[in-house]
Design a protein around this ligand. Structure first.
Ligand SMILES: *[C@@H]1O[C@H](CO)[C@@H](O)[C@H](O)[C@H]1NC(C)=O
Ligand SMILES: *[C@@H]1O[C@H](CO)[C@@H](O)[C@H](O)[C@H]1NC(C)=O
Length: 471
């Protein structure tokens, strides 16, 4: 399966809630109280994130350092502290699905060996099938076949991803230890999946993670639960570092007040519940790719970017045409990815590629001057033998049909913000190497502007950008 061989595609395909998984027998336990426990001050096993003030509002922000990279690891993950006593887990950051789950000793039927011991559920933490979060998980079912929910019955789920991986389990509610932007520790009790049967969770990914952090906009996501509890605004953002790492945040405290390109979230039937900035037209260098506008989805759970049939073919053609006469040869024998080239000598740095490859530009039609530049380093990878490979893959091969996924590779060194309250998606080019702190915060507000494309008719205000941005 291409999806598994070339990194994960953690875009949710189906969520099924079913009553047929008896691993944890139904119990008399109702869901535990939804009110967050009082913040506990004191020792924490969390890495200490920078303290960023939310601007004096009653809402806080929470920042998590990220680990991982696009290549070779193929995923970005956050360390979360969950349970009582609190224990660390590494969770794959996935904006393409709602449900957060941990590999779970319920006991486990199929788990991969992750970096930490399996989460151990206890009966009185089971979420009942009448719980709003369970209903939200069920509402996402394809069939919605009426299943008789008896009072206090457990809430079973199955979640399937676009790469055909899946997790089966039962919902649990337990404490998440979060350091808020004002320095306090909070221990809200949030519902998540205790996954005791994982199938085909993609390629190399499972070894690096204990579960998935589902950051979609559904009611089941822990972000919705945090905002319902009044802790943070229903806003998330991520900054995936070009050299690996980066950061993730909940709440709006880190969002720059200017310089961000915003577009409305699209609610088309094609994109379903996924985060979509709507339709985009494509440019390669200054040239239109000449394909019809395409529905785009931002999916941090996908290592690479996937294009539908037409734009994929058109992009390949444009690149080939551009490379003719240049000293790059096909290297289809490189096992890393399907389309690779060998240079006159092995490539070392991704900046070496700029003389051979142009930027790809997405022009989002729903926003004013809403361009996203995908420079060569955001669609190419250098493999171990020093070849350069295309990190934009054929979506038709993995069954994505007319969907186009903007994956991790194309979001590197960009802050991408999903504001579920204002129903907007925004992005701004930035360096993701360091957690932002108060000093840098000021820096964000100035000098960050969109790159310009002289030959595209939609040109940002020229005097807003330093000359080096102009191609
Ligand atoms: C920090 O913020 C949280 C919620 O936003 C609040 O409950 C807590 O009291 C605040 N702590 C301090 C020290 O201000
Ligand atoms: C993409 O994959 C589909 C399905 O396997 C195939 O028919 C098509 O030719 C591929 N496109 C390219 C450009 O390789």
């Amino acid at each position: 399966m291409a999806g598994s061989k070339h990194g994960a595609v953690m875009l949710v395909a189906i969520v099924i809630a079913a009553a047929l998984f008896p691993t944890i027998p139904s119990t008399h336990a109702a869901a535990s109280a939804t009110t967050p426990k009082k913040p506990r001050l004191g020792a924490s096993t969390l890495p200490t994130p920078a303290v960023v003030d939310g601007g004096g509002s009653r809402f806080s922000s929470v920042v998590f350092p990220l680990h991982g990279d696009v290549y070779p690891q193929g995923l970005f993950y956050a360390a979360m502290t969950i349970g009582d006593p609190p224990k660390p887990y590494f969770l794959d950051v996935d904006t393409g699905s709602d449900l957060t789950w941990l590999q779970c000793d319920a006991p486990c039927l199929h788990c991969t060996k992750g970096p930490h011991p399996l989460y151990k559920p206890v009966r009185n933490k089971l979420v009942s099938c009448q719980d709003p979060v369970c209903l939200a998980v069920q509402r996402a079912t394809l069939s919605g076949k009426g299943r008789g929910c008896k009072p206090n019955e457990q809430c079973d789920y199955v979640v399937k991803y676009a790469d055909h991986g899946s997790s089966t389990g039962v919902l649990i509610r337990d404490g998440f230890t979060l350091r808020l932007s004002n320095g306090s520790l909070a221990r809200p009790h949030l519902a998540f999946g205790c996954g005791y049967d994982q199938q085909d969770t993609a390629g190399s990914a499972p070894a690096a993670m204990d579960g998935v952090l589902g950051l979609g906009n559904g009611k089941a996501s822990i972000l919705s639960q945090l905002s319902d509890a009044g802790l943070t605004r229903n806003v998330i953002g991520h900054c995936l570092g070009r050299h690996g790492g980066g950061y993730l945040f909940f709440g709006d405290g880190l969002v720059p007040s200017s310089g961000v390109t915003w577009v409305p979230m699209s609610r088309s039937t094609i994109s379903g519940n996924h985060y979509s900035p709507g339709q985009a037209s494509f440019y390669f260098g200054a040239q239109a790719l000449g394909v019809k506008q395409q529905q785009m989805i931002f999916d941090s759970g996908s290592s690479f970017t996937y294009f539908a049939m037409q734009p994929y073919q058109a992009l390949l053609n444009a690149i080939m045409k551009d490379l003719s006469g240049k000293p790059l040869k096909d290297a289809r024998d490189d096992p890393a990815l399907p389309v690779c080239w060998k240079g006159p000598k092995p490539f070392k740095s991704i900046t070496d590629l700029r003389k051979y490859f142009k930027s790809l530009v997405l022009n989002f039609v729903s926003g004013k001057k809403a361009l996203m530049e995908i420079p060569p380093e955001n669609y190419l990878v250098i493999t171990k033998p020093g070849n350069v490979c295309l990190g934009i893959l054929n979506g038709t091969e993995v069954g994505l049909r007319e969907l186009n996924l903007v994956g991790d590779i194309s979001m590197q060194d960009m802050m991408v913000v999903y504001n579920n309250e204002k129903q907007q998606i925004g992005w701004v080019r930035t360096n993701c190497d360091r957690l932002p702190n108060a000093d840098e915060w000021d820096g964000f507000e100035e000098g960050h502007c969109q790159p310009q494309y002289g030959s595209i008719s939609i040109i940002p205000d020229p005097d807003q950008c330093p000359a080096s941005y102009i191609q």
